[in-house]
Each structure stands twice: as C-alpha cells, then as structure tokens.
Design a protein around this ligand. Structure first.
Ligand code: ADP
Ligand code: MG
Length: 174
C-alpha cells in the first residue's frame, strides 16, 4: 500500500508531531497543508485570515490539500479541513483518513504550553479550553465521518504511530 495517509483532528492533536514520526517510519514523504499554505502565500494563517477572511482561508486550504496529495505521503491537514464536504470526500477517495482523537482539556493544555499565537489565531477570543470544547462539539461528527480509523492521540507519539501502522496493517517499512 502506498496510498496517501491523511491525518485529521483539532489543533494540538499531534498531526505534525505524529505525522513526521509516521512518515519516517514508513519511508513516506511528510507534508503539511498549513506549511504548504505558509510557503505558497508567504503569510501566516493569521495573516491569511486577516486579509481574506476565514472563507478565503478555507478555499486556500482545499487548494493546499489537492496540491500536496501524492502517493506514499503522510499528510497533516489543518484542523478545519473536514469542515468542507468536498475535502472529506476527496481524502476518503484518495487515501486513508486517520482521526487523532483527544479530549478538549488535553488539546488545550498542549496549546497553552506552546501557543505559537501567530500561527494559531483563536477562533472565538475565549479561553482556549472553552474554545476547544466548542470546536470539538462542532466538529467531532465530521472527524468521525471522515475517518477510516480513529486513534487515541492521548498517548505518547510513538504509541500513536504504532497504532496507526497497526490499523493500516503497515507493520514494515516499504
Ligand atoms: P497539530 O499539528 O495537530 O496542531 P502538533 O503536532 O503541532 O499538533 O502538536 C501540538 C503540541 O502538542 C506540540 O507542542 C507537540 O509537541 C505536543 N504533542 C503532540 N502530540 C503529542 C502527544 N502524543 N503527546 C504529548 N504531546 C504531544
Ligand atoms: Mg500541525
């Protein structure tokens, strides 16, 4: 199997961290839609949102998804990638979709420890734990619907990586 592996989930669930480890273990390329956007637009997520609004950002996010999708790649997607039906459908058709699931409190603690404010504008301006609860309430069904496999992301990154490989029956590097 060398179909692309899409990692979905809220900010802080470990898409970048786990994605890099997983790609290395499999000998796959690692790509990140947020990183692609940054390189292509030469703007941070916050700057794109400021100049083009969230709607403009979502369009660019779909564009990024198409641009980075390739065989033998682990693709970390932006937290809101699943919001658009077109993106969910595209990922399910083109590859395997993994939801890295974690509680709001865990996500909030991780983001507070490393906020990277420029990269990660808060969506609501409210405390981060509250915001993560609201985001999960809104998106959980979408992550679940998009995913071929749901992985508990509240474990050490190495354990998360192993579980993904088991779920996909990718026990050996290829
Ligand atoms: P995402 O790309 O999904 O937004 P990141 O990979 O950037 O998430 O991780 C966000 C923060 O949480 C980082 O500081 C990272 O080191 C930490 N982190 C990610 N995965 C785990 C994990 N499984 N256990 C503990 N901390 C983690
Ligand atoms: Mg990331």
């Amino acid at each position: 199997m060398n179909t692309p592996i899409f990692l979905v989930g809220a900010r802080g669930c470990g898409k970048t961290t786990v994605g890099q480890t997983l790609a290395q273990a499999l000998g796959y390329t690692f790509v990140d839609t947020d990183h692609w956007l940054l390189e292509t637009t030469q703007k941070t997520v916050a700057e794109v949102v400021a100049s083009e609004g969230w709607e403009g950002f979502r369009l660019r996010e779909s564009e990024a998804l198409h641009a980075v999708t390739q065989p033998a790649a682990v693709i970390a997607t932006g937290g809101g990638m699943v919001l658009a039906e077109r993106n969910r459908q595209y990922m399910r058709e083109k590859g395997k979709v993994i939801w890295l699931a974690a509680d709001a409190a865990v996500l909030a603690a991780r983001l507070e420890a490393q906020p990277e404010e420029g990269q990660r504008p808060t969506l609501t301006g409210r405390p981060i734990a509250e915001e993560m609860r609201q985001i999960l309430a809104e998106r959980e069904a979408l992550y679940r619907h998009a995913a071929h496999h749901i992985i508990n992301a509240m474990q050490q990154p190495a354990a998360v990586t192993t579980q993904i490989r088991q779920a996909l029956s990718l026990a050996h590097a290829s």
